[in-house]
Design a protein around this ligand. Structure first.
Ligand SMILES: [Zn+2]
Length: 421
């Protein structure tokens, strides 16, 4: 009986595999499940458009691609399957939603200016650099010229109350296509400033903390996303490459992945050296102005509180925290992401990470459990400065219907952000 069952199971697996290979694949882009033997092997997918998603129960990750990508994965020996459910979610909502609600860079900056004009005593816009396209004197994407942008943060703090005060650094949208994240950063800014006079939490945060909110850490990339309906899936910055990589898609696009370009452990596992790849790490550590200026800015706000060796823990009294908003997968991630090594402050990082998830009901985990990713913002913030740093992977898809920001992502993450502050 046992033998018969085993034989049937083997036959079933073999015939399923056969069917998948013979079936016509969808036209255009779709989502592929790639089953992995162990976490480290995901590293071999660095040149693919790997979603920030990892189903650990069934041990698969998701990759965007077309039929060519599917066949290539097959040739490389991966066990794969078409993820019909995720493909539906991915394609169904792309048309028409961006302009139906998601703000462009100009709209984000306009609204930041409006907030600071309305609340001059507790807010100011701080320019911390210029985007790559602006430094180039503008850049053409397709037929549209992008003049580039200032890199800005809104500082929220009551200057009448003297410091020193701990810094909460909230950044969004370093991955351009993760378009719910600027919306959440803006909602936090709105809440802090509007509720200052009526809400005890908001008042305490504004009086006793310094909060910096970066609505988009990658404005050139966000500009590219907003150029098209359905939105382009630009993940990286606007550093122009060959026209062969225009328009951007989930397999190839020009630009540098700013979240693989940070200087701490730059070039380790989980980043690509190929310029068209989605996780292209750039020509050197912090080569991109979006990254080098961010590092300089945060370093000037928050002193380094950790020793130089990878094994040096930061003291329990370490002040400051950084949260980088991403999508998707409903996770809260802490360092290290660059490899399986455990951070010297892992217990403390885990404790705070778990606390966040009591508010947003996401899953807490060390970043490398999603997959290895080196040169990201949170590894840098903890590695270089010793501060607790977290990636929130919000929602369940890159570009959900705009209404999901207010029906799900914001209400769940708002109390977690209040806790962070
Ligand atoms: Zn991301």
């Amino acid at each position: 009986m046992m033998i018969r069952t085993l034989v049937s199971a083997v036959f079933l697996v073999a015939s399923l595999g056969m069917a998948a290979a013979d079936e016509p694949l969808p036209a255009g882009e779709f989502i592929i499940r790639v089953y992995y033997p162990d976490i480290a092997s995901i590293e071999r997918l660095a040149r693919y458009d790997l979603h920030e998603y990892n189903n650990q129960a069934e041990r698969y990750v998701r990759v965007s691609g077309n039929a060519d990508v599917y066949r290539q994965l097959e040739r490389e020996g991966w066990r794969i399957a078409l993820d019909e459910e995720a493909t539906r979610a991915f394609t169904q909502f792309l048309p028409r939603e961006f302009y139906g609600g998601y703000r462009s860079v100009d709209e984000l900056y306009r609204d930041c200016a409006a907030v600071t004009a309305a609340h001059p005593a507790i807010t100011e816009i701080v320019k911390y650099g210029e985007s790559q396209n602006k430094m180039m004197g503008g850049e053409k994407h397709g037929t549209t010229n992008c003049a580039g942008y200032d890199l800005i943060a809104v500082r929220v703090a009551n200057r009448q109350v003297s410091g020193p005060k701990p810094v909460f650094f909230l950044m969004a949208n370093i991955h351009a296509r993760e378009v719910t994240t600027p919306e959440m950063a803006m909602r936090f800014l709105d809440w802090l400033t509007r509720s200052y006079s009526t809400n005890a939490d908001a008042r305490w945060i504004v009086d006793h903390q310094e909060t910096y909110i970066v609505p988009t850490a990658n404005p050139d990339g966000h500009f590219i996303v907003s150029l098209h309906d359905p939105p382009y899936t630009q993940r990286k910055n606007g550093r122009r490459g060959g026209s062969a990589y225009w328009p951007p898609n989930g397999s190839q696009q020009y630009g540098v992945d700013c979240n693989r370009n940070h200087s701490y452990m730059w070039g380790a596992s989980g980043s690509s050296t190929a310029p068209m790849d989605l996780t292209y790490r750039g020509a050197g550590a912090a080569s991109e102005p979006e990254v080098s200026n961010l590092e300089a800015f945060v370093s000037a706000l928050i002193p380094d509180q950790r020793g130089p060796a990878p094994s040096d823990p930061a003291p329990e009294t370490t002040a400051g925290i950084l949260v980088s908003l991403h999508s998707y997968s409903e996770l809260v991630l802490w360092p290290w992401g660059y490899g399986s090594a455990v951070a010297p402050n892992n217990a403390g990082l885990q404790r705070i990470g778990q606390k966040f998830t009591t508010y947003n009901s996401y899953t807490p985990q060390k970043a490398s459990q999603l997959y290895y990713a080196s040169g990201d913002s949170v590894d840098w913030a903890y590695g270089a400065l010793g501060i607790p740093a977290y990636t929130f992977e919000c929602g369940t898809t890159f570009i959900p219907p705009y209404g999901q920001v207010d029906s799900d992502q914001w209400p769940r993450n708002f109390p977690a952000l209040v806790y962070a502050a």
